[in-house]
Design a protein around this ligand. Sequence first.
Ligand code: ZN
Length: 209
Amino acid sequence: MHSINFQNQKLTPCKIVCIGRNYVEHIKELNNEIPDEPVYFIKPNSAIGDRLIARKGLHYEAEICFLIEDKKIAGVGFGFDLTLRNIQSKLKAKGLPWERAKAFKNSAIFSKFVAIKDWQGLEIELYKNGELVQKGSVELMIYKPDFLIKDIDNIFGLDDGDIIMSGTPKGVGEVKAGDIFEGKILQNGKILIDVNYKANKEALPKNSS
Ligand code: ZN
């Protein structure tokens, strides 16, 4: 099983629940409709990774991620909800499930998680090759963390170690090999997490030359 790091302890999340459309500006950039209830999808434990591997159609979505304990937020981390946008667009057009585009290996990339007392004032920033490309905050979310936790627990059940990826602000884009990303989580202006990733090339299959 894959694990994440919370306060220097290894935890093994059973599942990751993702919110599909939680920032108005991001809904507009993908020409989606504003939902009348939250859009949820789930990534399995096997989707967890800590490396960014560039491949065709791969988009980054930077998200504020919550670690759940006792049906409450215990910690916060920076996460990439990696998406194969070309495949997702095809699946959406046909009304098919999104797993091939959202739940593949290494599609959930997490920083370490740190303990927080409450979610007010949380912000996320993503820099790509030194340029700010995504910025959002809990205040801009359509569905706030308190609502999400209750709603997700009612529908799916929330267990200790589960992670909620709370949706991406506008500014999503392609991951190219060699791109350098810096992700930050702040609370009331104070940096809680500052993490760097370099997008690597996809490894070639072993017997290809
Ligand atoms: Zn997302």
